[in-house]
Write a protein that binds this ligand. Structure first.
Ligand code: FE2
Ligand code: FE2
Length: 250
């Protein structure tokens, strides 16, 4: 089974010239599902969500998504506090915390956005308990927008309760945690075998970001293999990097 892992499309502040190369790369890779770790759009407007939805639907691959901080209103305070997901749910009709059981891997979506703390988000004890409960059977990948740990040298603030989530996921036997938000790819392993995949941004046009990228995750038996697909500076599309073997499923 193969998944394509995406994050931080930021439609509205994205590199439009990378859309077709992204669609081509996904068509060539033929993943079974797309998993998207939030920030579909730059601003939580209906038109931008419609554009994001159209792009994802054009892949012809079933997709699963969780919201990021850019997917809820920033400046429209009443909208942010009273109906933060109104525009998001026009593009994403399913639950904000989806659950997908695939052969060999259960994917648990967690909504880490928090309207009172727009940028940094939070996770609640109820959400942590849900992951713990769902992790009792079979290998699990958690997908959420906000990371549960920072990259080396990163100065951004973590979401509220990130440390509690990290410890609980690790203790519950979660295999993989996919997050976005930092726009910087990294892999971090725990001593007990949980792997955090910090996704890069697939399309965002922020000048200070590293090159855009997404990743393919192949699951064969109990082996996970990750292949980064990085956008070439010469416009040659998303180029596959040497595969990375992740710790085995647990
Ligand atoms: Fe982002
Ligand atoms: Fe974000």
């Amino acid at each position: 089974m193969r998944l394509a892992l995406l994050a931080d499309l930021h439609i509205g502040m994205h590199r439009a010239h990378l859309v077709q190369p992204l669609l081509d790369a996904i068509a060539t890779a033929r993943p079974d599902n797309l998993v998207i770790a939030g920030d579909l759009v730059q601003r939580a407007r209906r038109g931008l969500f419609a554009e994001a939805q159209a792009l994802l639907d054009r892949t012809g691959v079933p997709w699963l998504c969780v919201p990021g901080n850019h997917d809820i209103p920033l400046l429209d305070l009443p909208g942010r506090l009273l109906s933060p997901f109104r525009a998001y749910q026009r593009a994403v009709q399913g639950p904000r915390e989806p659950l997908l059981e695939l052969p060999g891997l259960k994917i648990i979506g967690v909504n880490s956005t928090f309207p009172y703390r727009w940028r940094n988000g939070r996770i609640t004890q109820r959400q942590i308990d849900r992951v713990r409960h769902l992790s009792r059977s079979g290998p699990v990948m958690v997908v959420q927008h906000h990371p549960i740990s920072l990259l080396p040298g990163e100065t951004k603030e973590l979401m509220l309760n990130a440390e509690a989530a990290r410890a609980a996921y690790d203790a519950a036997g979660v295999s993989l945690v996919l997050t976005g938000h930092l726009h910087q790819f990294n892999i971090a392993g725990s001593v007990s075998g949980m792997t955090q995949i910090h996704a890069g941004s697939v399309l965002c046009d922020r000048p200070e970001d590293p090159p855009n990228e997404f990743a393919l995750l192949d699951i064969e038996g109990d082996v996970f293999t990750l292949t980064r697909m990085i956008a070439a500076s010469d416009g040659a599309g998303f180029i596959a990097q040497p595969p990375i073997q992740l710790p085995k499923k647990r």
